[in-house]
Write a protein that binds this ligand. Structure first.
Ligand SMILES: [Zn+2]
Length: 111
């Protein structure tokens, strides 16, 4: 093993670290249920959110759309803003919770 930086990686249900330079890697094969979940979840933006800059910015980031699109979503609640796998949704959920944005996830999100 050399002294290069180790980089964390996730490939399907495999996670571990690998060297940024040589072939060294350390793999953990523990399969988290979230990565085996084949459902598609939908995040719906609920009414009652303030259309302030922080909220618009967060929605823009989550949807990958621009500021105008995000603002329009906020004006047309409830509205579906994004669909994704459990592993994707959990990351977006964190951002939404952090910003105190009102939303719902269907089907029920168990993570
Ligand atoms: Zn190395």
């Amino acid at each position: 093993m050399c002294n290069h930086d180790l980089i964390a990686f996730t490939e399907g249900s495999t996670t571990g670290v690998r060297c940024s330079y040589c072939d060294y890697s350390l793999v953990t094969t523990y399969i988290e249920p979230i990565y085996e979940d084949e459902n598609t979840y939908t995040i719906t933006l609920e009414a009652g959110n303030t259309a302030d800059q922080q909220t618009i910015k967060a929605i823009s980031k989550i949807t990958g759309e621009n500021y105008i699109f995000a603002k329009r979503c906020l004006e047309n609640t409830p509205i579906e803003i994004v669909k994704g796998s459990a592993a994707e949704i959990i990351e977006l959920k964190k951002s939404l919770d952090l910003c105190g944005i009102k939303y719902s996830i269907t089907p029920e999100f168990p993570y």
